[in-house]
Design a protein around this ligand. Structure first.
Ligand code: ZN
Length: 438
């Protein structure tokens, strides 16, 4: 099937037109259009209406289901799908024991290709239609991810991982070869179809100062490039960075000194930042990916979202699989709620869903393309059951207000609720056993 047709999807449309206020249950930024048709032409959203569209439209009736923009996972590792749910380690041990051996296998193009395809299909099956992804140090791991995303029509940001020290054999590059590989990948993939290149520094400890400078140089030469890395995830890691870079004021400053903090930069975690770091993130326009599932699973710490909002930098919510234990955005949002609850705060469903859709898109400079159901965006949309199974059905039946319903959905649902995922108006995932529908 091609996207050059008129498609109308019927359901309860939910998205955001702005940033919901923290703590507000009734917020004008929430756009809820119950029982509407979402109109899609040539892969783009062209409107929404309550009236039935005429016979020129191919109609899919999902009345009684929830239609959301596809989720955007701003921090996730393709090769780590193979080590998800690994027992008993904090960050630095976990990398050495589980992650690095899994990543070594991606030197083999067949492993890289199979892994990329399995990974993207898994994202789609969880309702995630766009992502910023870490592959491995191997050039082929980025190539295969780009190619697999292109085949699926997906918005994907990735780049070969830079790491030239403190990593085992088979997982280190060197500055000159890495630069040549990055430049070749940028030329072949950046800005092609829906692909974007992200200069990908694993984290400060695994790059020499010379390699960090090279990464910053790439970003300076082309302001349209993205950047992704990790920062201040774990206390032992922060201490290690302080020893490796004694001249830097902080872990974040290691990146700022070489020009890696900019409007297209996404940094994962940021648990152990101080007020000066937060002000710097806001000043540079960089986005922080909050990864609550991973932070809890690896015992890394509790992210202070309210301090981030007060400082004024963008926060998205990401899975960080394989430190995170699920690709499900709802599971990540459920964990995000609990992390904030431990600090005596309450994250609304609006704050959570906004961070996984419009907020993430705006942070990436992509809200003209993804993140909401507005006219002109590409139709990356997912159709969800409001409730699946007797417990969720009973809860949903007694929910009254819209926020109560959506919060119960966010907390009780997962990928089993996903009926279909569309990418640019093309169904790329359908549940094999859809529930009977009226
Ligand atoms: Zn990560």
């Amino acid at each position: 099937m091609t996207a050059s047709s008129r498609l109308a999807l019927r359901g309860d449309l939910l998205d955001f037109t702005g940033t919901p206020a923290w703590g507000a249950l009734d917020d004008p930024a929430v756009r809820f259009r119950p029982d509407h048709w979402l109109l899609i032409e040539d892969g783009r959203i062209v409107g929404a209406q309550a009236e039935d569209p005429d016979a020129r439209w191919t109609r899919e009736d999902h009345r009684g289901r929830l239609i959301l923009p596809g989720f955007i996972d701003t921090h996730v590792h393709c090769p780590q799908l193979d080590v998800i749910a690994s027992y008993g380690a904090e960050l630095l041990d976990w990398l050495n024991t589980y992650t690095f051996p899994a990543e070594q296998r991606y030197a083999d193009p067949a492993v890289a290709r199979g892994g990329a395809e399995r990974f993207l299909d898994a994202l789609l099956a969880h309702g995630t239609t766009a992502a910023m992804v870490f592959p491995t140090v191997h050039k082929v791991s980025a190539e295969t991810l780009f190619e697999a995303a292109r085949q699926r029509g997906m918005r994907l940001l990735t780049g070969k991982v830079l790491m030239d020290r403190h990593a085992p054999d088979g997982l280190r590059d060197d500055v000159d070869q890495a630069r040549r590989d990055c430049e070749d990948l940028i030329r072949r993939f950046h800005g092609q179809d829906r692909l974007g290149y992200a200069v990908t520094v694993r984290f400060a400890p695994t790059s020499t100062p010379a390699q960090l400078a090279m990464a910053g140089d790439l970003c300076r030469q082309d302001a349209s490039l993205y950047m992704q890395t990790h920062v201040a995830e774990n206390r032992a890691e922060v201490e290690w960075v302080a020893k490796l870079f004694p001249e830097a004021r902080s872990y974040l400053d290691v990146y700022d000194r070489v020009g890696l903090l900019h409007e297209r930069a996404v940094l994962a975690h940021g648990i152990w930042l101080d007020a000066q770091d937060r002000a710097l993130l806001a000043q540079r326009g960089a986005q922080l990916a909050f990864c609550p599932s991973s932070n809890l699973f690896l015992g890394s710490g509790l992210f202070d979202w309210v301090a981030a909002r007060e400082a004024g930098f963008a926060v998205s919510v990401a899975s960080d699989v394989g430190g995170g234990t699920s690709l499900s955005t709802q599971r990540s949002l459920g964990d995000a709620y609990k992390v904030q609850a431990l600090a005596g705060r309450r994250m609304t469903a609006w704050a959570g869903l906004h961070a996984a859709t419009l907020g993430a898109a705006q942070g990436l400079g992509l809200s003209h393309e993804i993140g909401h159901l507005g006219v002109g965006t590409l139709a990356d949309v997912c159709i969800w059951d409001w409730a699946r199974g007797p417990v969720a059905e009973a809860r949903f039946a007694v929910a009254r207000e819209l926020h109560e319903k959506v919060f119960a959905w966010m907390t009780l649902s997962d990928e089993r609720n996903l009926a279909a995922a569309f990418v640019a108006g093309v169904a790329r995932h359908r549940r094999p056993d859809p529930l009977p529908h009226p």
